[in-house]
Design a protein. Structure first.
Length: 361
């Protein structure tokens, strides 16, 4: 798999579309290998957790932990909403308590992103740490991507997050950035495995004592429910679960049928669903629509596409239509946990949070 730009060893990242790599100039070698494995009847073997030789402890099986915090709430059927926060270069972490006041009144949690698209923004940890200190009852998580970090740096982040009282990390491989010079030491399954080694046993990948073990921070992962083909993405979820993931966060959902298909296939292939948080985003510009349509494979709802295709976009109409679409999705999907991205527009995030609560009440 040496032409995979992310040096994946546990199956494809979620960035492929058909046989095309996230870097559109390339073919996804993992999807090609998947089709070969189908012919040979070796698909199951292909999707088992693989660790590289840098893992001196490679026989640990993270056991399911007692459901608590977010996991307990999702499984218990209570409404659980997480707001995505992107630290901005010009905003100090010290502003977090006032910035999040409205959000904290309607959301159960906040997730702090990690350099989306590879663009350097301030590290999430100080923001998340201050958020947790200011709003003790709120679920606070950070995203941790493999891009441009080696395993020692990732181990440090996991330790710091756990010691800061952060409730969960969301482990992802990360997108390719525009420079084409990203470095990949781990992929999402190996971050998850490393995190469980550190949290459960207090050991790092080399078996060195780095903590006490028995730490409760939850481990979440992501899934692209719009992936085409979908089976490899679900089988990859099985690998992440084996590595120790406990919650899955989906890419944005616009069509309940797509979610229904994902759920059916997950039950068939994995035997059961994992505790799941459904992604929700408003499509407030042509740029966002184009990204999700062309890069993620999401079909933008017709009503929204129509407004975006007009010569002058009526912003008010667009907002109203997005809220309507989100309200309908929340009603139709019969689910209780949502992950909302409003691209830093806290007013919009608040409005969406209110809409979903209303739809579910
Ligand atoms: S789509 Fe992802 S897994 Fe496939 S070759 Fe590209 S980077 Fe690698």
């Amino acid at each position: 798999m040496n032409t995979c730009p992310k040096r994946m060893i546990n199956g494809p990242c979620g960035g492929y579309r058909d046989t095309v790599c996230e870097d559109e100039r390339l073919t996804c070698v993992w999807i090609m290998a998947y089709y070969t494995a189908i012919k040979r009847g070796t698909v199951d073997r292909m999707f088992t957790l693989k660790l590289d030789s840098g893992f001196k402890i490679n026989n640990y099986y993270p056991i399911p932990r007692r459901p608590r915090g977010a996991v307990e709430k999702i499984l218990g059927g209570r409404v659980f909403m997480v707001y995505e926060y992107t630290p901005k270069p010009y905003s100090s972490p010290l502003n977090i308590p006032s910035e999040l006041r409205g959000i904290a009144s309607i959301y159960d949690g906040v997730d702090f992103v990690d350099n989306p698209g590879g663009y350097p923004i301030p590290s999430s940890l100080p923001y998340a740490s201050i958020a947790k200190n200011s709003y003790r009852d709120m679920h606070v998580s950070i995203q941790l991507t493999a891009r441009n970090r080696d395993r020692s740096q990732i181990a440090s982040e996991i330790l710091a997050a756990s010691l800061s009282g952060i409730d969960a990390i969301v482990a992802t491989t990360g997108d390719l950035d525009d420079s084409g010079k990203d470095v990949w030491d781990l992929d999402a399954p190996r971050i998850i495995y490393l995190a469980r080694l550190i949290l459960d046993l207090g050991l790092d990948h080399l078996g060195r004592r780095v903590g006490l073990g028995g730490e409760g921070m939850a481990i979440a992962c992501s899934v692209n429910i719009n992936a085409r083909p979908l089976e490899p993405e679900i089988l990859k979820l099985r690998v992440k679960r084996r590595a120790g993931a406990e919650i899955v966060i989906t890419q944005p959902v616009f069509e309940p049928e797509i979610l229904g298909r994902f759920r059916r296939m997950t039950k068939d292939l994995l035997g059961e669903e994992m505790p799941m948080i459904l992604g929700i985003i408003p499509i407030m510009s042509r740029k966002i629509a184009s990204f999700f349509q062309n890069k993620v494979g999401i079909k933008i709802p017709e009503k929204i596409s129509k407004i975006l295709s007009s010569e002058r976009i009526d912003k008010e109409e667009l907002l109203k239509t997005n809220i309507e679409v989100i309200e309908n999705i929340a009603r139709e999907v019969a689910h209780n946990a949502f992950y909302i991205s409003a691209f830093g527009d806290h007013k919009l995030g608040y409005e969406i949070g209110r809409t979903i609560r209303r739809a579910l009440s």
